[in-house]
Ligand binder design. Structure first.
Ligand code: BJ8
Length: 422
């Protein structure tokens, strides 16, 4: 489409490399998504959004910019979206799930850096991501060492702002986090020239909570047997939630949930009732990282939940909506975000409890732990969580991988062996 090409050119994308990327992605999507049987009709919306991810959605961002609105990009669910929205800016998730520009990225960060970090750097340096190029501000955070040092290097290439996230959850850590949330509010107000009023913030909290409620509704329906939706489709929904317009997205997911309810009432599903049900747990799977879900679901199992930031960790907790003043609402935000059980925290025992509870809630037969190679936080917790699940007699399999396709067959063999013993 010539309109899009002009837009990509203005964003200074490397057009031939970008064409090649879209082609590979289209094929990958066809193989992994369009080949599924018994897909819900409501997934057409997701197919459409994904097919237009670098087209229509980018055009919407450009239109917003033309109206004077700002675009804020983020890499972590710790950045309070409500504040971005309350200042009338657009909030998009940037972390990337495909190998791109790896050689360039390795000039900026060490080779033994996780694929997620290399990916966002590679996409930027190879000029392949129209989202990154549309951003007026990119917000990083001091979570894992890999990310926080990568942001330092990234700041030479993009308008970076970094939030300090504490590593413990004591009263003094809450103080620190509150001051960081206030500092972010000021930064966004300065960027947009919009003062965050109680009315604006209340509206933003409702928008984001409504999206969380729709995704909670979807997750709750997944406890049904037979599984009414594939794990691949549910992951895609979570991935799209990071960059789609929140109001439109929420509406579509609620419509999809209506269809799922009908399906459950008719006792229909995407796989027979005796299919092994697995919970995925661990590192975030950013779009288009569909490798492991595809491997699992082609090995005869079905995924019934994602304990991940691109999954329940991002939607489990709502922001308290009873606050009257900006101050009340900021406190509610601070408390809600500090409940996130990221492996960067120490200790992080609540995550162990949450995974075990989720496995039960979704009637999972086992848990597949996923960590990206070179990810220290989730690698460490995989050992701890494995022991906890053993103690609770929940079978688990720990997998460490990256974005390359080289280990697909080997992973399939391991997943098949695991599901056979369930
Ligand atoms: S709140 S999980 S989105 S930090 S995979 S880059 S941890 S070395 S992503 Fe995360 Fe926020 Fe936590 Fe969630 Fe580092 Fe590990 Fe790479 Fe990771």
């Amino acid at each position: 489409d010539s309109e899009y090409r002009e837009m990509w050119e203005k964003l200074d994308l490397d057009l031939p490399a970008h064409d090649a990327l879209l082609e590979v992605l289209g094929k990958f999507y066809g193989d992994i998504y369009m080949s599924q049987q018994g897909r819900l009709q409501g997934m057409e919306y997701l197919d459409f959004v994904l097919s237009e991810v670098h087209g229509l959605r980018i055009k919407e961002l450009q239109d917003a910019k033309a109206e004077g609105r700002k675009i804020v990009g983020t890499f972590c669910v710790f950045v309070p979206e409500e504040i971005t929205l309350a200042a009338d800016a657009v909030h998009v998730g940037l972390c990337s799930g495909a190998d791109a520009g790896t050689e360039l990225a390795e000039q900026l960060v060490p080779r033994n850096t996780c694929a997620l970090i290399k990916s966002f750097i590679g996409f930027k340096l190879a000029r392949l991501c129209p989202f990154t190029e549309s951003c007026d501000l990119i917000v990083g955070e001091t979570t894992c060492d890999g990310k926080k040092k990568a942001y330092e290097a990234f700041a030479d290439h993009a308008p970076m702002y970094v939030m300090e996230v504490p590593q413990q959850k004591r009263a003094c850590d809450r103080e620190l986090w509150k001051s960081e949330v206030l500092r972010y509010k000021e930064a966004v107000e300065k960027l947009t020239g919009t003062t965050i009023t109680a009315e604006r913030l209340r509206k933003a909290i409702t928008i984001v909570n409504d999206r969380r409620r729709a995704l909670q509704r979807l997750n709750a329906l997944r406890s049904a047997n037979p599984a009414p939706i594939s794990g691949r489709d549910a992951l895609l929904i979570n991935q799209v939630s990071f960059y789609d317009d929140p109001l439109r997205f929420t509406q579509s997911i609620n419509a999809l949930c209506d269809q799922i309810e009908e399906r459950i009432a008719a006792r229909e599903g995407v796989a027979p009732a005796d299919t092994p049900r697995l919970l995925l747990s661990g590192c975030p799977m950013a779009v288009p990282n569909w490798k492991l879900p595809y491997v699992i679901e082609s090995a005869g199992a079905v995924i019934v939940g994602e304990e991940s930031c691109i999954g329940t960790r991002n939607i489990r907790d709502l922001v308290d909506e009873s606050g009257e003043t900006v101050e009340d609402m900021l406190d509610a935000l601070v408390d809600r975000y500090l409940k996130i059980d990221c492996a960067c925290f120490t200790p992080n025992d609540e995550r162990m409890d949450n995974v075990a509870a989720m496995a039960r809630e979704y009637n999972a037969d086992g848990v597949v732990q996923y960590s990206l190679m070179f990810c220290q936080p989730y690698g460490h917790e995989a050992i701890k969580l494995g022991k906890r699940l053993d103690a609770e007699q929940i079978p688990s399999l720990a997998i460490e991988t990256d974005y390359s396709m080289e280990d697909v067959e080997q992973l399939k063999t391991r997943v098949e062996a695991f599901t056979e013993m369930l």
